[in-house]
Each structure stands twice: as C-alpha cells, then as structure tokens.
Write a protein that binds this ligand. Sequence first.
Ligand SMILES: *[C@@H]1O[C@H](CO)[C@@H](O)[C@H](O)[C@H]1NC(C)=O
Ligand SMILES: *[C@@H]1O[C@H](CO)[C@@H](O)[C@H](O)[C@H]1NC(C)=O
Length: 256
Amino acid sequence: MAISQMLTIAAIATGAVAQLKTCSNNGTFSCQSSSKSPTCCFNYPGGALLQTQFWDTDPATGPDDSWTIHGLWPDNCDGTYQSSCDSSRQYTNITEILKSQDRSDLVTYMDKYWVSNSGSSESFWEHEWGKHGTCINTIKPSCYSDYSPQEEVGDFFQKVVDLFKTLDTYKALESAGITPDESKTYELSDIQSALAKIHGNATPYLGCDSDSLSEVWYFFNVAGNAIDGQYKATDTLSKTSCPSSGIKYLPKSSSN
Ligand SMILES: *[C@@H]1O[C@H](CO)[C@@H](O)[C@H](O)[C@H]1NC(C)=O
Ligand SMILES: *[C@@H]1O[C@H](CO)[C@@H](O)[C@H](O)[C@H]1NC(C)=O
C-alpha cells in the first residue's frame, strides 16, 4: 500500500480532520448586537439564519406526512440577503463531497426529505449551497483549524438537517388539528400559534400559493458560529404572503 493511501486511511480512522475554531459563547446573538464585524464567531451581515421548508403538492414531493427541506439562509437582519458569495466554492459534486466525508446516511436522509419539485436533488443542493451556504461567514474555510477542502460543505448540510429534525411542521400542525384536507380552510393565526409552539413562541414566516399553504421559514439569531453556536428562535422579518383566513392546506396525495 502506498504511503499516501495509508495516510488517507489514517485520516478517515481518526474522523474529520478539520474543525471549526471554538467560540467562547458569550451570549452575543447575531442581529441583537451593534457589532458589525464578521468574525468566525459572529454571523454578520447575515445574522438571521432561516431554516426554510416546503409543502409541495403539485407535483407532490417527499413523504405525505412531512414537510420537506428548502435550506438554511443567512438574512441581513432586515429581510434582505446576500447571495452567491463565493464562486470558487460553487460545487457541482455535493453528493460526492458528502460521501467522501463518510456522510452517506446524511445523503440517504436528504434523498427523502430534501427534494426538488423540478429537477434532481443534487442540483437543488448545489443551488442551496452556492446561493446561500457560501454566504454564511462563520463557516468560511479560514474559520477552520487544519482545514480539509469542502469540510464546511458537510457541516452545512448536516446542520440544516439537524435543524429540520427539530422543526416538525407537519406534527405541530396536526397537534393543533390542522391537517391536509381538500375541503377545509384554516385561519392564519391558528397556523402561526401552532408553529410558534415548536419555535420558542416566535412567529415563523408562512408562504401561500393561491391561498394554499406552501412554505414556512423559521428565523433564528445565533451566538457563536452557525454550526456549534446557540440558536435562538426569533420572529419573522418578512411579511406573510397568506391571507388571514380561508387558507387551504392541500393533501399531497390529491395531486397524484
Ligand atoms: C462577544 O463576542 C462577540 C463575537 O466575537 C464580540 O463581538 C463581542 O465583543 C463579545 N462581547 C463581550 C462582552 O465580550
Ligand atoms: C468536488 O469538486 C471539487 C471542485 O471541483 C474538487 O476539488 C473536489 O475534489 C471534489 N470532491 C470529490 C469528493 O469528488
């Protein structure tokens, strides 16, 4: 066996070689501090991080009893945002990157819950990473010690999935008696309060497509970096596109 192969195996055996530098969490939350320095421990200017989800019914995507992942977006604390921040890290091999980092289970999960309604999942993931992920300043390569290329890509996708798992929109709505039903309509305030219960009592953004529920964005401020930092739920910075009543929540199966 060649030395280089042995070294590769040794690196895999010891786990991820790169690590984000530790942030002493001093409770300084992004968007809530006057600090304007983008450090490896302070998300700026994209201080609001949004875990965004879809409810796609036409065509339907993902399991009938789950919302699906859209992404994790840094927003400038005011509803505006930067996009496509580093063309040199706009990768076209996200699946390969994740597999090479021993994250095959993550890919399997993403294949089920992070799906596109119009193209391949891989191209959707490339778009989300390139447009939004590259704008998260606290996961830049320079924020790692012993950086190994694309380590931040794996950290990003794992974090989005971890956050998504804490925000089960379908279950939260179901617990409030809000279930997909072609013949029912719901009030905006009822949907908002059902979802606030899984989001630290903060109000998420709700998106509608012709009065039918189609999107939710959960806003957070973060102390520390976007991977290991503390996430605090905050109210939406964007105005809902849903009407205040008469909102439809269509079953996914109806479009088949
Ligand atoms: C806390 O950390 C942030 C980010 O590194 C820094 O900007 C801020 O000055 C620190 N605040 C205190 C009180 O140490
Ligand atoms: C992914 O693509 C980048 C850029 O072309 C390349 O440097 C890297 O080696 C590729 N990674 C894998 C695992 O194929």
